[in-house]
Design a binder for this molecule. Sequence first.
Ligand code: GTP
Ligand code: MG
Length: 370
Amino acid sequence: PEDCRVYEFAEKVNRTTGEVIKILFGLGKMVTKNDFLEKDEIEILADEFGVEVETINPLDELDYVSIYDAVEDEYLEERPPVITIMGHVDHGKTSLLDKIRESKVAEREAGGITQHVGAYQVEKDGKKITFIDTPGHEAFTEMRARGAQATDIVIIVVAADDGVKPQTVEALNHAKAADVPMIIAINKIDKPDANPDMVKSQLAELGYMPVDWGGEYEFVEVSAKSGQGIDDLLETIILQAEIMELKANPNRRAKAIVIESSLEKGRGPVATVILKNGTLRVGDNVICGRTFGRVRTILNDLGKQVKELGPSDPGVVVGLGEVPDAGEIMVAMDSDKQVRELAQKRAEYLRQKELSKSTKVTLDELGNLI
Ligand code: GTP
Ligand code: MG
């Protein structure tokens, strides 16, 4: 049952509401027949009554596949890797990405500090690579954690003249937690006081042994200033991606992850996304967390209008009713009606959850009242 109330559950398992309420009471939970049941409550009740249940939370990640979609394995195609760049503040993440893109994002940033997550795509020897830039400032832990979750491979940037710092360690931990392979880029090797061996031994001590020291971590020495080592870095990424055999099906409805979002004058809510699967097209009906809409405009990473995005492509989507939260999953469905209905269900579920939270009195609280 999805968003199931006490009386609905009782009906479904052929019991009285009284029996259900009694069991929950025995667990220290006071509920009325109209309250919504939590997933764990449903599981306990099902166990008590000896029935099997499958709980579906309308907020759970949706993997919508239409009857119009081609879903068989034979439609799987190679997709570009998504790479997240992380590391301590000022170690040169944005500069490195700039050099890779031969553009100038860092110069446009307020005070040279990245305060948001950017997503870009480059091509190397005919192969596309998608990059996510993240901020190194300590205040942005949340964005780094999200970046690690949306990615296939993490690049940890460490400045050769500064070595391992708190956010370097934090980034390593995010990559570990997300269980994604990582490549270490030792940056700023053009500097006279650069000491790549110091960086290597610091990381080796933390358990990240370089390949050339007999370990399993790829270290690449680079300079975002001179461009030295960048080809090496890109080749290492492509090799790693090949090992991973990353695939997706462009012939199905889109599923994308929101990297960042904002409300823009004249455009309304905009969401920067990376496609996890399928193809997203202008005109698609999409749901994204609590909000939904019809894709009005898609911009690619260069700000150019495009008609569609394929697997692993980054882009900006305009057309949602509200600003979605970063980290939320955007899914395209067949019709406006479908997305509206699901959005309504999600809103109702959340509203009821809030309500039942405020009216539910646990036995503990009751004890205090008596
Ligand atoms: P946050 O986004 O704030 O965490 O910083 P970041 O890691 O993106 O660093 P950013 O690219 O903004 O670079 C910080 C400073 O280091 C800038 O002044 C760059 O010019 C300089 N820098 C970056 N890479 C290199 C490099 O390879 N060599 C030298 N000499 N300077 C570099
Ligand atoms: Mg930056």
